[in-house]
Design a protein around this ligand. Structure first.
Ligand SMILES: *Cc1c(COP(=O)(O)O)cnc(C)c1O
Length: 373
């Protein structure tokens, strides 16, 4: 008998759990006759700022835009100038780096820590130059970067700390949530993220009122007042429909995260000693992981992925090509980043989501054990 596929992420099921409330939210916006920069957006911004233990939230069109708007804001405020350098982990999703180059700035790639896959704080100092203005810390896969070390260096060299929190809604570091761990943070509400909209969306989080004001204008053509342009801004707003839907999902985010933790826990306990070549995710003791992705590492990654596929288990590679090897970044091709390069050959993401049932979890565990022999 053909077994049902265990999907990497069943987005339909994830949203189905909230169908009634999402339907209501959509009706509310439809009936309001107001579709951009209205009550739903403001309410979501207040709720998400509070959730992130920060002061200000600005809804924007995507996670990439959130990061671009933070950098544009700092440029308008004279904190960062064209051609300045921003330190960023080499193994991040390319969007972190796109935000830097899109903003007329130079990404300086630093290798990750081999255990957490987050930027290695011990390698940051040697990458700092006269032109360095900020460190972009990415909380990759849902686990916070080592923020105390990063913030200490930032203080020493007078740098801004920007969190790319696109994969880390609700993750904590020493009891504080992602979004409150640096000067400003960018979040994504891409449908597959832990807090996902039914389309694109993002947010800038900061406790800095001056930066928040600049971003408020920059996301709306650079205007504080209609038809008066303080800055050369862009159109990057979170629409009312997505904001209303995100309010429903935000209320349930912690419960969903707990379900992800249960899946991760089952994998960690049951796959533990399957093979000495297999590396399971490492959990740093400084915070709480939100398991956007459950990433294993194995020297024969492609073979494992193929064997899992034969057994009906869908996996994904995050990410197959490192940013400095991408066609769009010829200026980075001469970099040598051995750990980043090997990680891209060896990582594999197993299915994880709040709606995964016990049977699917067991099937993944059994399939992994079979694939390793
Ligand atoms: C998803 C993601 C982004 C970009 O967010 P979008 O909403 O897709 O633009 C940026 N950084 C990281 C680490 C991401 O995972």
């Amino acid at each position: 008998m053909e077994k049902e596929l265990v999907k990497f992420l069943d987005l339909k099921a994830v949203n189905e759990a909230y169908r009634l409330e999402i339907d209501e939210a959509i009706q509310r916006v439809l009936d309001s006759g107001w579709y951009l920069l209205g009550e739903e957006g403001v309410a979501f911004e207040e709720e998400f700022a509070e959730y992130c233990q920060s002061k200000h939230c600005l809804g924007v069109a995507s996670g990439l835009d959130a990061l671009i708007l933070i950098l544009m804001g700092y440029r308008e405020l004279g904190v960062i100038e064209e051609g300045d350098e921003i330190i960023v982990p080499a193994n991040t999703y390319v969007a972190s780096i796109l935000a830097i180059s899109r903003s007329g700035l130079i990404p300086i790639l630093v290798e990750p820590d081999e255990q957490t896959y987050n930027i290695d704080p011990a390698l940051i100092e040697e990458a700092i130059t006269e032109r360095t203005k900020a460190i972009m810390a990415v909380h990759l896969y849902g686990q916070c970067a080592d923020m105390d070390s990063i913030n200490d260096l930032a203080r020493k060299y007078d740098l801004k700390v920007i969190e790319d929190a696109a994969q880390a809604h609700g993750a904590t570091y020493k009891g504080r949530r992602a979004g409150s761990l640096g000067d400003a943070a960018g979040f994504s509400f891409y449908p597959g993220k832990n807090l996902g909209a039914l389309g694109d969306g993002g947010a800038v989080i900061t406790s800095n009122k001056v930066l928040a004001d600049a971003v408020t204008a920059l996301r709306n053509y650079g205007s504080f007042e209609k038809y008066f342009n303080r800055y050369k801004g862009m159109n990057s707003r979170l629409d009312e429909l997505q904001a209303a839907i995100l309010r429903v999902k935000l209320k349930n985010l912690d419960a969903d995260t707990d379900k992800r933790r249960q899946v991760a826990e089952s994998y960690l306990v049951n796959i533990k000693s399957a093979s000495s070549d297999l590396t399971l995710p490492y959990i740093a003791d400084y915070g709480k992981h939100v398991w956007h992705l459950f990433v294993i590492r194995h020297p024969n990654r492609d073979l494992i992925a193929a064997r899992l596929a034969e057994q009906g288990i869908q996996t994904v590679i995050h990410y197959p090509i490192p940013p400095h090897r991408q066609e769009g970044y010829p200026e980075l091709h001469n970099l040598s980043l051995p750990l980043t390069e090997i990680l891209h050959q060896e990582v594999l993401s197993l299915p994880i989501s709040p709606t995964m049932d016990h049977v699917s979890i067991q099937r993944v565990i059994e399939a992994i054990k079979k694939s390793l022999v």
